[in-house]
Ligand binder design. Structure first.
Ligand code: ATP
Ligand code: MG
Length: 688
């Protein structure tokens, strides 16, 4: 594959003050522990295992697995036979250990000034109560519960209540349509759903209950009955006026309205099936014994973002996931008990599962939970919240960073941000330009940046710097986490040693790896283990540089082959966004009669710029100079917005179709905003 110099070689050492008190202070320390985690996983993970409460120890080997499809079915078992409960470990034990009055979450609502907090002991009581509610509703071990909720503490309560009684939560991001929600309910065969009446996201009011109602009737049409729908009253009204199956606040006294009343807000209601959360919670006991689960019993299922196709129902189990979420949170964010930590991800994504709920709570951390968006009431909201709670560790996505860059530095610099120590990113490759902005502007050049590569499937970080130890390079996720043995393979399946580029695969299991695709073990084996027998295949490409740093180059399906040169979309896009006029860019392959494939680019310009012929030439030259003449794009089109998944990732498979003028776009249900499609077709390069 092409060796290019498109990546920055600048190295940033860990900030000295952070390093001094870090859990892992040097690369040598990291390397020693890393070696142990690979050569003797049992000895490494046993230390983490011992930090938890186990009702009984494993009955078989600590780790038992088959990663090689030629030898039989793929299976991964950590700690099989051991009994534990993750909810007990992350709540009861923290309370028993004196953290009862510690704040678990500072909750920050969509509107500034609308906030609250919940301590560990308060959270435990709420969770026990809701666990009793679920039991009263007939929910038991192994039942699947759909959760479709805004970012409010009740969401964490609902998920941990499931974990407490051995029910499996299946959280669907509360931005998906009724159809997508119904597909996920049906696939998981959920017997109940937990939701809220509605939520404000920025200036937009979402009637969640009505979306859920439509989803339930779609399920019914397909012969699946959701028996119970528990509804959190988040927007009011506090009075219950049921008229013709609708609850409306038109008939309420001012004093009976909720905290965030919306005049004329109505939700539909079906007595018997639909029940208010507060009605149920009012009558139950606040003590609930945890159900002891096998380490390999399912904890939750979660659908992937759907960037590349139909989402997969990824299944995670109890013991391994608990160890992995806990360890990655502790080391990647170098957690200390007084930290204030904030992950902006919605709990509807894996990042929110592992790094809003399980990882931070397991470590006894205090976190911020944010309901709103980075742009409301203006583009300074993130930094206002950082100052308000004195956040030390902040974790967000490249898409948020790139969008905020567009608005200019003033929205950042008008806040102090002096509490920040560690800045994390996840979700897509971060372009060096965005990395540097995050470091210099947001972090005042004093913070460690952790670019964490991982997937829904991996349960937690797999390639990531450790902030006190790893010298970082902008755009590189650097080195493997403990227990991760990455390899780069050529198309033919040969291991590429030293520098080179190819398929990123992992050679042995770590505790947090998914165990199966819900209801379809064959899809699990085909998707991840078939192409290269003996390895877990991420589907992403990576490049190893001369210093051994790993650079994620994007999805293998997105590679472009120009006259025999293989190029990653990330390289081309990074070159484009280095230009001062470009806010975001996406590149895709496009058929070409001579070269085989050529590069077609979509660029979102910053405010005040137009895509003139001159600018198109400048951008083409930028890529040409940065990467090489062969990489010069043939087409550059204006993209007022890019098609993204609801988690904010660019969907290049749709852009490939647009470039070709092909309206048959495949599954678009995971697309955040369908209206961008027509706009992009309108601006399509005429001669393409
Ligand atoms: P689907 O599997 O349905 O196509 P998805 O892969 O977008 O959806 P996720 O599990 O949410 O679903 O995302 C994982 C993917 O995100 C990775 O495979 C990788 O492509 C990308 N990714 C995540 N973090 C990083 C990172 N730090 N650097 C580069 N890419 C990243
Ligand atoms: Mg994926």
């Amino acid at each position: 594959m092409a060796e290019t110099n498109s990546v920055s070689d600048e190295v940033f050492n860990p900030p000295v003050s952070l390093q001094a008190q870090a859990h892992i202070k040097t690369m040598q320390e990291y390397e020693e522990l890393y070696r142990e985690s690979i050569d003797d996983p049992e000895s490494f993970w046993k230390r983490i295992y011992e930090t938890f409460y186990w009702k009984s120890p494993p009955t078989g080997p600590f780790l038992d697995y088959n990663f090689d499809i030629r030898k039989g079915p793929i299976s991964i078992k950590w700690l099989a036979g051991a009994q534990t409960n993750i909810c007990y470990n992350i709540l009861d034990r923290n309370v028993e250990n004196g953290l009862g009055d510690k704040v678990a979450f500072y909750w920050e609502g969509n509107n500034p000034g609308d906030d609250g907090k919940i301590t560990y002991s308060e959270l435990l009581v709420q969770v026990c109560k809701f666990a009793n509610v679920l039991k009263d509703l007939g929910v038991g071990v192994g039942d699947r519960i759909a959760i479709y909720m805004p970012m409010i503490p009740e969401l964490t309560v609902a998920m941990l209540a499931c974990a407490r009684i051995g029910a499996i939560h299946s959280i669907v991001f509360a931005g998906y349509s009724s159809e997508s929600l119904a597909d996920r309910i049906l696939d998981a065969e959920c017997c109940a759903i937990v939701t809220a009446d509605g939520v404000w996201r920025g200036n937009k009011l979402l009637n969640l209950k009505n979306i859920v109602d439509r989803a339930m009737s779609l399920c019914e049409k397909r012969n699946h009955l959701v028996n119970k729908c528990v509804v959190v009253r988040h927007l009011g009204p506090k009075c219950e006026n049921l008229v013709d199956g609708m609850i409306s606040n038109n008939l309420c006294e001012e004093s009976q309205l909720g905290k965030r009343p919306v005049h004329g807000f109505k939700i539909s209601w079906q007595d018997g099936r639909d029940i208010w959360w507060h009605d149920l919670m009012g009558t139950v006991d606040s003590v609930c014994e945890p159900v002891w689960m096998d380490a390999e019993d399912p904890l939750f299922m979660l659908y992937t973002s759907g960037s590349t196709g139909i989402p997969k129902g990824v299944l995670h189990t109890t013991g391994g996931y608990m160890m992995y979420a806990t360890a990655t949170f502790k080391y990647t964010f170098d957690f200390h008990p007084d930290d204030i930590y904030w992950c902006t991800a919605d709990i509807g994504w894996i990042t929110g599962h592992t790094y809003v709920t399980y990882g931070p709570l397991a470590n006894g951390a205090t976190s911020v939970m944010f309901e709103g968006t980075p742009f409301y009431p203006d583009a300074g909201r993130f930094w206002a919240i950082v100052d308000k709670y004195k956040v030390n560790t902040f974790y967000t996505a490249p898409t948020a960073i790139r969008s905020l860059m567009k608005f200019g530095d003033e929205f950042v610099t008008k806040y102090s941000r002096s509490s920040l120590r560690i800045l994390g990113t996840v979700g897509e490759p971060i372009n060096p330009e965005a990395w540097l902005w995050y470091h210099r502007v947001v972090g005042n050049s004093t913070c460690a940046i952790v670019d964490t590569f991982w997937q829904t499937e991996t349960g937690g970080h797999v390639i990531t710097p450790l902030p006190g130890a790893t010298p970082t390079k902008p755009g590189s996720a650097t080195f493997p986490f403990f227990g991760i043995l990455p390899t780069i393979l050529s198309e033919e399946g040969h291991e590429i040693k030293g520098t080179g580029e190819g398929y990123l695969v992992f050679k042995q299991p770590w505790p947090g790896i998914m165990r199966t695709v819900h209801g379809d073990h064959e899809r699990f084996e085909t998707t991840y283990f078939k192409k290269f027998p003996g390895y877990y295949c991420t589907g992403d490409g990576a490049h190893r540089d001369k210093d051994g740093y790993l650079w994620i180059t994007g999805r293998i399906d997105d590679l472009v082959n120009v006259s025999g040169h293989l190029l990653s979309t990330a390289e081309v896009e990074s070159a484009l966004i280095e230009h001062h006029s470009v806010a975001e860019a996406a590149s895709v392959s496009h058929p070409h009669p001579i070269k085989g494939e050529c590069i077609y680019c979509f660029v979102t310009l910053k405010e005040g710029h137009n895509l003139t012929d001159e600018l198109v030439m400048e951008l083409k030259n930028k890529v040409r100079h940065k990467i090489g003449p062969f990489a010069q794009p043939d087409f550059i089109q204006n993209a007022p917005a890019l098609p993204k998944t609801r988690s904010g990732k660019i969907m290049r498979r749709i852009l490939r179709k647009i470039a070709r003028g092909d309206r048959d776009l495949g599954d678009t249900s995971t697309l955040a905003d369908e209206s961008v499609i027509d706009v992009l077709f309108k601006y399509r390069a005429q001669d393409a």
